[in-house]
Write a protein of this length. Sequence first.
Length: 224
Amino acid sequence: MEKEINSVLVELEARINKTNLPEKNRTRYINNIKELVNTYKDIDIPERHMDTYNSLIKKGKQLSKDNNYKDHKKIEYFLRYCNAAVYDFKDNIKPLNTIMKAYLLTCALFMALAPQFFSFILPLLFVVPIFIGLKGMKTRSYNGLLMGVSVVPMGILTSIVWIKNIFLASGDFTAFFTSVANQYNTSIDFARNLTIVCVGLSVILLFTSITMLVTSYKHRKMFV
């Protein structure tokens, strides 16, 4: 028996085909709908998610009756909602946990390692975007995801600068450690140990940044 949500999606596809939306948008929406129909065909909706399922059907029917398709943001939102709901119906929240953990670790390491080369001002500039991104991703907001991902390039840059500098210093580690010791007014042994720890953390930062970026892109449909 065909699921009601698929009937709603097919009806929406027919309506979109009759609109004057730009060809690029219309094609993208229709392709997305076809993918959703195939996906929902194989999903059993758990009883605990019936409220979400019924909400999808209600929104889809309302959208199909809407004669104003000039503002296609409604279509965008509904299709994102349908894509995100798939993760709920499959109880597949693991990607969100991976993204959140990678994001938190990336932010923490960026805040700790960036001041050495970019002063304390740069991390402070990202405090608000980090907070907004964290709050948004918790509620699976697409805009929150974008805000969170905006921190990733700086994390990668910070990591690369640390690795590059230790590579350049490999010709004369003694002089490099002495310079660090003088900068922080510490012993050479402490400067060496601190540098080793920071380089290790920079490698972890590079890994978490890439993990955050790749996982976010792969599971971007999880966000509404």
